[in-house]
Ligand binder design. Structure first.
Ligand SMILES: Cc1ncc(COP(=O)(O)O)c(C=O)c1O
Length: 337
């Protein structure tokens, strides 16, 4: 029986998302391996195509979060993020789909010219509250109290939808991927993706445990040290498997993370991101984003070019999980070309 069948789910995504090879880029990379590889395959799992207001990884989490909000009789989704938050944009769109209101606490100042995700938040009817980056979670708690005092029923969604309810979306996603790899006859040496608030990775780790699938799951950290991210993901994965009815306690050392690509900090676009975004667009016509997938794909390219044995000897099949984010490309135009 599928591992999340017993949990309430509100359909928002077009599933399954495609899993497809990147033949031109795979060949290019394989020719640079020492010795060159003849049968190396890089594949991409297209969660940028989940379909909700341009898609992305939060849509899978929101299927479980919105179902929980409706079950609790809530009337408003509230959450927080950066001005260009993909999570906030998908939350605003999910609220619209479910007939709920959406209020967002954003860090910083309202931009003079709405663009990218912030523009899409507006189009989806979200209401905004501005504060400093450090104060966002406090302000979100305050907002929940203000709305309750006004007779509303807010549903509180933490950073990135990364709680045990949301993470179940990625446990279900791993099951979807396992079926796709089995149908294609692919045995992945690793699954690689950006990891930030940890819900995607926790869900994948929880799903692998629940399914008994021993596949390496490597999160490329976007903004946390290796130790912090491992601890966060281990705790969240432990809570998530409990929801799946397969209890287990993960230790930080069970979680595979690389924090080698933090660059100059969160959302600062450097050569690593620029090269990765340009290379994938030019060779395969696939668009990454400047903050998350650009950094993670840049990290993956670096590992494949300089340490391919990290994934197996010889490395054969790697899956890059594309978690979305392309609307932010437009807000970062000046830093990309
Ligand atoms: C495009 C994209 N990729 C990856 C992530 C990171 O996912 P998680 O927060 O579940 O670690 C985010 C989070 O905002 C995102 O927007």
């Amino acid at each position: 029986m599928p591992i999340t069948t017993h949990l309430p789910r509100y359909p928002l995504a077009f599933l399954p998302t495609p899993l497809h090879p990147l033949p031109r880029l795979s060949e290019l990379l394989a020719s640079s391996f020492q010795p060159p590889a003849s049968n190396f395959q890089l594949l991409v799992k297209r969660d940028d195509q989940t379909g909700l207001a341009t898609g992305g990884n939060k849509t899978r989490k929101l299927e479980f979060l919105v179902a929980d909000a409706l079950a609790q009789g809530c009337d408003t989704l509230i959450t927080t993020g950066a001005v260009q938050s993909n999570h906030c944009r998908q939350t605003a769109a999910a609220a619209a789909r479910a007939g709920l209101a959406c209020e967002l606490v954003l860090g910083g100042q309202p931009p003079a010219q709405p663009n990218g995700n912030y523009l899409l938040d507006m189009l989806c009817g979200a209401k905004f509250h501005w504060t400093t980056r450090e104060n966002r979670l406090n302000r979100l708690h305050e907002l929940a109290n203000e709305l309750r005092a006004a007779g509303r029923r807010p549903y509180f969604i933490t950073y990135g939808g990364s709680d045990p309810v949301g993470a179940c979306g990625y446990a279900a996603a791993l099951e979807e991927l396992r079926e796709q790899t089995a149908a294609l006859g692919v045995v992945p040496d690793a699954i690689v993706f950006p990891s930030s608030s940890g819900g995607t990775q926790a869900g994948l780790v929880a799903g692998a445990w629940a399914l008994g699938w021993n596949v390496p799951i490597l999160g490329i950290s976007i903004d946390e040290s290796e130790a912090e991210l491992q601890t966060m993901v281990a705790e969240l994965a432990s809570l998530t498997v409990a929801r799946l009815g397969k209890p287990h306690t993960f230790a930080p050392a069970d979680i595979q993370v690389s924090a080698d690509y933090l660059g100059a900090g969160y959302s600062v676009v450097g050569d690593l991101e620029r090269e990765a975004i340009g290379l994938l667009a030019r060779t395969e016509g696939v668009l990454l984003d400047p903050v998350y997938t650009g950094r993670a794909f840049g990290g993956l390219l670096d590992i494949l070019r300089h340490r391919p044995n990290r994934f197996g000897k010889p490395v054969r099949s790697i899956i890059f999980w594309h978690t979305g984010g392309s609307p932010a490309l437009f807000a970062y135009a000046g830093e990309l070309v």
